[in-house]
Design a protein around this ligand. Structure first.
Ligand SMILES: Cc1ncc(C[n+]2csc(CCOP(=O)(O)OP(=O)(O)O)c2C)c(N)n1
Ligand SMILES: [Mg+2]
Length: 365
């Protein structure tokens, strides 16, 4: 994957993020390190068979979730694909709740019935991780429609933007093109953030997407403001993404972001990674977003030193360890939960009453 280096210094060399207080950038560092620590423990728990099902690790991509959320409001709706633990944590989900979900425990955000790919968090306006590639993109259009309708037509609420994240593998799904058409046609405030890590499972983007070097042309084709951003440098990401997010909110219109990023781990927990070289992974690790921000905070802002960084890591490690212990000890969902909150198909061996939905008789029976 080509990794364009796109930095956005403001006028006279100053950057938008330079105007932010030290505490904000230290918060970004903390949030990114929390995700990294969480994902390390997730992999361990998965290898010990404490987590089942599919599981996709976000390590390497942390700046994407943390940097984009820094430009949004806590009440802006968010909808995601399945590589979603990092976003859930960056949005404020309690690591205990997130880990319990992966362990299939009742204390999880989806009562342990969703697992790794389905992080939902109503209080934080997180409308879930979604396992069907591209399925969240029309949902993003719907959330933006609802937000705009409430503000513009009903005169209630505030101007919102929806942040809809998708992978580079999802850009070729037909549903995404349909969603782009509608959001452009109705001027809906959704930002499609393509977390472009260069691969769809083991297929490099150049092998599955036409004109892969210029994905933004797809957004432009619908008349949508489309921009390419280096998603590994969180300060650059903020500098470029913040004005776009502000404009989408003010003008209530969509945007399309090709956010260049990279995942250090395989696609899922079972991936021999034969499609890329170790050299390639190492090249990206040299541009690591956490190391990069830490260097800036240590050498330019002088707001953290080695001892402070060590203390931060120790605190986060303890927090994540506690989350794992909590998840291990938490009770499993009661079997009576099997048919609540889910759509079911009628099963011949079950009593019909078990498959009623919201009090209505299932029409398939
Ligand atoms: C409609 C659909 N087709 C195929 C799959 C199988 N599948 C699961 S993940 C994936 C790759 C998606 O890659 P990308 O969108 O780039 O996201 P990333 O894993 O890189 O974050 C595929 C093809 C699926 N889940 N849904
Ligand atoms: Mg990808």
């Amino acid at each position: 994957m080509s990794q364009a280096s796109i930095s956005a210094p403001g006028k006279s060399g100053s950057r938008l993020s330079d105007s932010l207080p030290d505490d904000t950038l230290l918060g970004w560092l903390r949030s990114m390190q929390l995700i990294r620590e969480f994902e390390t423990r997730t992999m361990q728990a998965y290898q010990q068979a404490k987590i089942g099902g599919f599981c996709h690790i976000y390590t390497g991509e942390e700046a994407s979730a943390v940097g984009t959320f820094a430009c949004a409001k806590p009440t802006d709706p968010v909808v995601l694909a399945y590589r979603d633990h990092g976003h859930a944590l960056a949005r404020g989900m309690d690591p205990k709740v997130c880990m319990a979900e992966m362990f299939g425990k009742a204390a999880g955000c989806a009562k342990g019935k969703g697992g790794s790919m389905h992080m939902f968090d109503k209080p934080h306006w997180l409308f879930g991780g979604h396992g069907i590639v591209g399925a969240q993109t029309p949902l993003g259009a719907g959330l933006a429609f609802a937000a705009r309708y409430e503000w513009d037509v009903l005169g209630t609420g505030e101007k919102k933007i929806c942040l809809c994240y998708l992978g580079d593998g999802a850009v070729d799904q037909g549903a995404f093109s349909e969603a782009l058409n509608l959001v452009a046609l109705y001027s809906l405030p959704v930002i499609y953030i393509i977390e472009n890590n260069g691969y769809s499972m083991g297929t490099a983007i150049k092998r599955h997407s036409a004109n892969a070097e210029h994905l933004i042309e797809r957004g432009k084709a619908f008349g949508i403001n489309a921009v390419e951003i280096d998603g590994l440098d969180i300060r650059n990401l903020y500098d470029q993404f913040k004005p776009i997010a502000d404009e989408c909110r003010d003008l209530q219109r969509p945007a399309f972001i090709d956010l260049k990023t990279y995942r250090y781990q395989g696609h899922s927990m079972s991936d021999p990674q034969k499609y890329r070289t170790k050299d390639e992974v190492d090249r990206y690790k040299k541009k690591d977003s956490i190391a990069n921000l830490l260097h800036h905070l240590m050498t330019e802002r002088n707001c953290i030193d080695e001892a402070g960084w060590k203390a931060m890591r120790k605190e986060l490690s303890a927090e994540v360890k506690e989350a794992v212990e909590f998840a291990e000890q938490a009770p499993k969902p009661d079997p009576s939960e099997l048919f609540t909150d889910v759509y079911t198909n009628p099963q011949p061996n079950l009593s019909p009453s078990a498959v009623y939905h919201h009090g209505e008789k299932n029409p398939l029976l």
